[in-house]
Structure formats: C-alpha cells, structure tokens
Design a protein around this ligand. Structure first.
Ligand SMILES: *Cc1c(COP(=O)(O)O)cnc(C)c1O
Length: 365
C-alpha cells in the first residue's frame, strides 16, 4: 500500500500537507523574498519565548545536534568547564560533543527514570567553583523525562554560571519564557514541535553574553557569532541556506500561530499522550516513567514480555499498518517509544494503538 506513513517518532515527524506544499518552489539565497522569510521566521521564534528584549536568535543549517555543538563552541571559552546534568542519552551526547570541542565536561549523573535534581546541582556548585556553564536537556527524549528548567535556571542564576538548554523536543510545546527564566543559550530545531521538516536548528543567545562570544568558536561553519553578525548585516545566511526547510518552517509556524500557539500545541500533545497511554494500558502495556516526570512528548513502554517479541518484527508489523514507531534508548531494559508530537491528533493515536494490537496478534504476544 502506497499510503503515507504516520510518523510516531520525535523528529522527523508527520507534517501537514500545507507545510509539504510550501516546498514546491525554489528560492534564491540572495533574493530579497527569501531574506524576508528568514527574517519573519526569526521574529516568530523570538516571539514564542518572549525573548525580543533579552535574546537574539541564530539559525544554523543541519540537524539539532549541529546547533548544540555550535552553541557549546560559541558560548563556552576553551578553558571553560561544562557541567552536564545527565539523565539520559541526549545528555551523554551533549557531554561527548563538549569534550570533542576541546572543553572540559563533567557529567552529574541522575537516574534515567527521574528528573534531574536542582538541589544536587546546588550542592555541586557550592563545592566546585570551576564550573562556568551548566547544560540541561529540557525534555530528555531518550526516556521522555521532563526536567525542571525553571528551578535549574534559578540555581544557575544564583551561582552566576551560564545555562545552556537543549530544548529540542520541548520548544513550542512546553512553556519557555525568557522574561522569567534566565538562560545564556537555548537550542531547538525545525523538525520537532513546530512541526516543520528537519534541516535547521536555531539557538537563542542572551544579548548580555553575545559580545564575549566573538572569536571563540574553533569552527568556521558552526560559529554562531559570525552567523549572527553576518545575518544582521546582510539579512542572509552566511553559507547556502536550507531554503526549502526555511519556507516550510515559515508555513509550519503560521499554522502553529493559527492553532493558538504554545498553549494549544501543548493541549493537543497532552490529549495525544493521554489517549496513547490509556489505549496502551488497555492492551497491557506499562509506561516506563511515573506520570509526574513524564513529558507529553514521547512515551517509553516496556516491551512485551513474550517469547515471540522482538522490536524488528514488531516494528515491521506496525509499519505494515501505516505507523512508524521508535526504538527504545535505554541501556538496561528492552523498551520501545511512541511519539505524541507532529501533525496528528487522537484519531491517529487511536488508529496506532489498534495497529499495535493487531501487530501483537501477528507476533503471538
Ligand atoms: C532531537 C533531539 C536532538 C537533536 O537530534 P538530531 O538527531 O541532531 O536532530 C537533541 N536533543 C534532543 C533532546 C532531541 O530530542
């Protein structure tokens, strides 16, 4: 069957036809029309976090990780010390890229089933004055945990250390307010909760720290300071922009605003999440996380404890019915993940649960 699959994955995800259609035209990167689209997107992005006064936004070509790497290289001095609040796979990735960028990185470990604890951070910073920056993953997409951004930001502000937030899978769905939450950088991307297509990230940088970022990055292509200065001066991207990704994002943002912005998006994802968990529990599945730490973004389920089960076959049986699941990312136990984000509603979630039920019959689980 040639029908389009529904992606229950946390990026790339299912986009609307309107967003896809926006990509049917070619754009010149020097052309004023395209530069207007870039300017409009940047303006809208700042609006979403109420960051016009406090922050700038710098788009960057590439997947989300490129922007995390660029943010670390642009903000953290070579002799800086980055403390990563580590409760999952994306935290470990952030620590690894920090080390590869030649900065000193320390992981402060937490259980992957729990949110990070601001009190533990506070004690660490009391004992170790060498930390210059803290890295927090807002929603740890590995297991789906929601981490306490505001409380961590408050601790960082009190100790006067920089905070770099990977808000890749939370931005535009969960509330982030730059007027009340202090962070030096916050990173997200086109192909997550804004429901654009993948291909560009963007980094909000606090204006107060911007000037000190000049010349820090050892990478030419990933230097967000240069990208910012060039974009302000010319309205253009420094190097070839992902033109179709940018216009698709502009169209996705227009729909985001029409839907009612962040509160409406959160409400829809929360309904998706509740529908998913209720349906899966009725089939006998158990979520890995306690509801108190679960973000309504992606849900990790324990794999069926049946001899007929393996993820490849399960994935294929669900895929044959039109839905793409996501493998688990936990180190110890066998799990799989189901995303709640994308241009989908309870209807698609209910159909997906039914597809999972039929797949279990196929596998005799
Ligand atoms: C998606 C995601 C990223 C970026 O991953 P890419 O594969 O580079 O797009 C980074 N952090 C988190 C928490 C994510 O969910």
């Amino acid at each position: 069957m040639d029908k389009e699959k529904i992606l229950l994955t946390p990026g790339p995800l299912t986009t609307t036809l309107r967003t896809k259609l926006a990509m049917l035209k070619d754009w010149g990167s020097w052309d004023a029309d395209f530069n207007k689209v870039t300017a409009r997107v940047r303006h809208s992005l700042l609006d979403i976090i109420h960051g016009e006064l406090s922050h700038v936004v710098v788009p960057l070509q590439g997947s989300g990780t490129f922007s995390v790497e660029a943010a670390v290289a642009t903000l953290v001095p070579l002799d800086g010390h980055v403390l990563v609040l580590d409760n999952g796979a994306y935290c470990k990735r952030a620590a690894k890229l920090t080390t590869l960028m030649g900065r000193w990185a320390t992981c402060l470990p937490f259980a992957e089933s729990q949110a990070v604890d601001p009190a533990v951070l506070e004690r660490f910073l009391q004992d170790d004055s060498s930390v210059t920056h803290v890295v927090l993953i807002h929603c740890e997409t590995g297991a789906g945990v929601l981490n306490p951004l505001q409380a961590v930001a408050d601790v960082c502000a009190r100790f006067n250390v920089g905070l770099i937030v990977d808000a890749m899978s939370s931005f535009a769905a969960l509330e982030i307010d730059a007027r009340t939450t202090r962070f030096d950088a916050l990173i997200a991307a086109s192909g997550k909760c804004l429901e654009g297509v993948p291909g560009m990230g963007f980094v909000f940088i606090r204006k107060e720290v911007l000037a000190a970022c000049e010349g820090r990055s050892q990478s030419l292509a990933m230097d967000l300071y240069d990208q910012y200065v060039y974009m302000e001066k010319t309205g253009q991207w420094r190097f070839t922009p992902p033109t179709h990704v940018v216009v698709a994002l502009a169209e996705a943002i227009a729909q985001f605003e029409e839907e009612g912005g962040q509160p409406a998006r959160l409400a829809r994802y929360t309904r998706n999440y509740q529908t998913l968990v209720a349906g899966m529990q009725a089939l006998g599945f158990k979520p890995f996380l306690e509801p108190a730490v679960q973000a309504p973004i992606i849900v990790t389920f324990y794999a069926p404890d049946a001899p007929g089960y393996n993820f490849q076959n399960f994935y294929a049986a669900v895929r044959a019915r039109g839905f793409l699941l996501y493998p688990g990312k936990l180190t110890q136990i066998e799990t799989f993940r189901v995303g709640c984000i994308g241009a989908i509603s309870e209807n698609e979630i209910n159909q997906a649960v039914r597809a999972i039920e039929l797949a279990l019959h196929d596998l005799k689980c």
